[in-house]
Design a protein around this ligand. Sequence first.
Ligand code: SF4
Ligand code: SF4
Length: 549
Amino acid sequence: MDNAMFCWQCEQTAGSKGCTRVGVCSKDPDVAKMQDVLIYLLKGLGFYATKLIEKGEVLPQEYGEYFTEAVFATLTNVNFDSQRFVKYIKRGNEIKKDLMEKSSHIENLPMGADFISPETRGEILNLSQRPNLGVMDDEDLDMDIRSLREFLIYGVKGMGAYHHHAYALGRYEPEVANFMYRALGCTLDKTLTAEAYFDLNMELGKTNLKCMEVLDAANTGTFGNPEPTEMLITKKKGPFIVVSGHDLRDIGDLLKQTEDKGVNIYTHSEMLPCNAYPELKKYPHLIGNFGGAWQNQQKEFDGIPGAILMTSNCLMKPRDSYKDRIYSTSVVGYPEVSHVPTNNKKKDFTAVINKALELGGWPEDETEKRIPMGFGRNALLSSAQAIVDAVKEGKIRHFFLIGGCDGARPGRNYFTEFAEQTPKDTAILTLACGKYRFNKMDLGSVAGFPRILDCGQCNDSYTAIQVALALANAFDCDVNELPLSFIISWYEQKAVAVLLTMLYLGLKDIYLGPSLPAFVTPNILSVLVEKFNITPVSTPEDDLQTILG
Ligand code: SF4
Ligand code: SF4
């Protein structure tokens, strides 16, 4: 192919087919090539790691952490800095050489398994294409196999993000790391059938359930169980830092480092759920949430009189009007954006704090407004009996889980309109940044509960799953017989991992939108429809009619 790049891993991919000249996300061909080379290197690394694990070797945690971080770095809207990818590639070479040395002679080595990358930016960019390096480089590969292969790789990337947040809080999970090695390693095997890839995708769903459980335990074990909270969504006078992304360890450390400094902390986008964790909300300077979902950041950060910290996705190309006040940390990167490094697992946010003080912050208090949030697993399960009674008494007719990622496409109004049109005797569970489509609406209450129950971040799908299983148990029925429908918006690869978990659990009748992944071929789609009744969203009116009858 003569394209400058090829990437179709997210929902906003060009023409719903693939970004071939530059990413809609602003990823340029150099970074795309770096990411392709890194993933190619990781496939072989995963292959050797798996061979050693099968022989009973326990690999160092540092190797698993590297692998997790490297796949996470290639997720949509995370890292756009090619120099950072050179570092990931160099470290990947070192680890892979070590694993190769430890492995005895391997028969029938798959093509590309022993690939060692050059280590300068220029040489990496000049590497000639080879089968399995980029998505489309295996030109003779069956498109359905390619589709399932990429499904698996994107699932690994999404799960890598969750695993990274979990081990940042001390919960490294070898089962997750070992599956990631094996899954990427398998993709070098040209003999794998569609059935084998399908099974691997289901196994990814299962492993991701474990990963989300571990992350849930890391978050609640460190910061307590989220509690229903009336969260401030208006501005307070004074210097401030806006924290975006998903990493609870980072916001926890920043809150400690800003104590008594006269700097307020606002969450942004997927950080919003932090306002409900007892060990985070105990800090009076965690003021509330600023702004909406990630795709509004260029507008919302424009000329903002405060500092911004991006702890994970979703980062957009910073405008000049706030380039001097936005900071990345952890796996996030953008050229010319200041980075707060991790040293011995610790971070020093002094530069971010000083920038906030220098900028002075909002000049006035806005008229105060608050919205309810914080309906995590614990809060919902402690009300399980009241919910069951309300359903039995006919007070709550149906539950909708409307959640997932948000994005810029106009079709996403579907989710706003859907929420608006749900009948008054129904309740909405929501999570992830898709909630911003409707979380400030006043939809009233039902049976004593707010009609919109915000369960948290996208990894809190675990919460929603646990609540669904508890309700099924209480009603003594299969989860698919509950008065519960899933209306899922997808954008990037974490949504792919969560979707695979839902499919692994046998959840059916999932409405998916605003458009279907470009990497799903018509044949694979018909399998998903036939086996799981996945339905592309149509109009809110028609879908509500189908669901409620
Ligand atoms: S991540 Fe999405 S927008 Fe960015 S290059 Fe890939 S498909 Fe395009
Ligand atoms: S839920 Fe998805 S789209 Fe939204 S901020 Fe998180 S990673 Fe980005």
